[in-house]
Design a protein around this ligand. Structure first.
Ligand code: MD3
Ligand code: FE
Length: 218
């Protein structure tokens, strides 16, 4: 019989994988609670619907977005920012549902970031063909906090770059239920998502949903 992990405290649990310094992949971490998570997401979207935002260049994003939490990420012709109100509804973004907050905190703990308290969650919805070009996340002001990203529905290929925009990114296959935690030296890397390939997922149909939990400085 093989020994348990308790003899080897430094060894992560079997589904925990380090992709680089500061990047932890938790494969299938939330697969068994996906239905409840999607229920929470649908409740948020009933108050603040998914919308395709306009970036400063004037282009419309292929990804549809909404937010939950005290602050939400938005973009329009004038720039990117976090707001306390949903510009579409004029009302506060819906409060973060407990199942989402608890999941983000548990994933952070499993990745060595105990104490992470997100106050923003950007929800991205990808239809087939939607993509996110290589970028950094720099609107949060304080980069000491990690970002926890949760993937549901159709699979995706993550583009995992470096701190230099021009380096060729690694391609990482991410599936339903996978969680990635990005902190420390990985917090400001360039990253993106390749165009989603056609498919139908039993829980999300023709979509991929990604949640990114963040701690934004007020
Ligand atoms: C690495 N979302 O919302 S999640 C984003 O799958 C975003 O929807 C992608 O990039 C998506 O900004 C990728 C993975 C991710 C998210 C944030 C990061 C990786 C990150 C922030 C810093 C470094
Ligand atoms: Fe990003």
């Amino acid at each position: 019989m093989h020994s348990s992990g308790s003899l080897w405290p430094e060894t992560p649990s079997p589904s925990t994988e380090s992709l680089a310094e500061g990047i932890t992949l938790l494969r299938g971490f939330c697969a068994n609670e996906a239905f409840a998570l999607l229920d929470s997401i649908h409740a948020v979207a009933e108050i603040s619907p998914f919308r395709q935002m306009i970036v400063p260049s004037g282009h419309t994003m292929s990804v549809a977005m909404t937010n939950t939490g005290d602050l939400g990420w938005t973009t329009d012709r004038t720039g990117y920012r976090y707001t306390t109100l949903d510009p579409t509804s004029g009302q506060p973004w819906p409060p973060m549902p407990a199942p989402l907050l608890t999941l983000a905190q548990n994933a952070a703990i499993a990745s060595g970031f105990a104490g992470f308290t997100p106050n923003a969650c950007l929800i991205n919805r990808y239809a087939v063909g939607a993509r996110l070009s290589l970028h950094q996340d720099r609107n949060e002001q304080d980069y000491t906090h990690p970002i926890v990203s949760v993937s549901l529905g159709l699979p995706a290929t993550f583009l995992l770059g470096t701190l230099r925009r021009t380096d060729t990114p690694r391609r990482i296959r991410i599936e339903h239920g996978d969680i990635l935690v990005w902190g420390g030296p990985a917090r400001l890397i360039y990253h993106g998502v390749a165009p989603i390939r056609p498919g139908i997922h039993p829980l999300t149909g023709p979509f991929r949903i990604n949640l990114t939990f963040r701690r934004v400085a007020l």
